[in-house]
Every structure is written in structure tokens, then in C-alpha cells.
Design a binder for this molecule. Structure first.
Ligand SMILES: [Zn+2]
Length: 98
């Protein structure tokens, strides 16, 4: 569960970093949620790219439909990314507060 957590450039298996005293992995482990949001952002972006490529290949058969799908997937990707940005900014602001 704690695999891959680092702080101060070192792997850290405890909840609070012994070097700087910060909670490792962000407030309440919410950095893991940021990671998840970024994954969803990347996934939707990948789907959008695939859809755009498909739209290019089927341009003559379906002039609008696949392009619209790529658009909505891109929209979703930006939404996930926006949440990730907002949460990350919030966590950064709360860093250093008691
Ligand atoms: Zn640290």
C-alpha cells in the first residue's frame, strides 16, 4: 500500500517523513487521488486520439460521429485534468499548515 512513496528524494515507508515531518503522499494521502485523476485524464486523451484517428479513417462513411466522440473524450480529459490541477493546488496550499 505504501509502495512507491517518496519524500525528500528518498523512499519513505512511514506516514510522516522523518526528514521534513510532512505527511508523505500529501494531505490524507490525497496525492494518490491526484495520480488517479491524471491517469483518467491521460486515458481519455488516449481514447480521444484513437477516436480522432478512426474519424480520419472513416471520414467518408461517418463524417461527423467519430469526430464528435473524440471531442467529448477530449472534453472529459480536460475535466479530469482540471480536477487534478485544482486538487493539487489545494494540497500545495495546505502544505506547511499545522
Ligand atoms: Zn520529507
Amino acid at each position: 500500500m505504501s509502495a512507491g512513496k517518496t519524500c525528500c528524494g528518498q523512499a519513505c515507508e512511514t506516514r510522516f517523513c522523518p526528514h521534513c515531518g510532512k505527511e508523505v503522499g500529501g494531505v490524507g494521502g490525497l496525492l494518490a487521488l491526484v495520480d488517479y485523476l491524471r491517469q483518467m485524464q491521460a486515458k481519455n486523451e488516449g481514447w480521444a486520439k484513437t477516436s480522432a484517428e478512426q474519424a480520419e479513417g472513416m471520414k467518408n462513411t461517418y463524417p461527423n460521429r467519430p469526430a464528435r466522440r473524440a471531442e467529448s473524450q477530449m472534453k472529459r480529459s480536460r475535466k479530469w485534468g482540471g480536477w487534478a490541477d485544482a486538487l493539487e493546488a489545494l494540497l500545495k496550499r495546505s502544505e506547511g499548515q499545522p
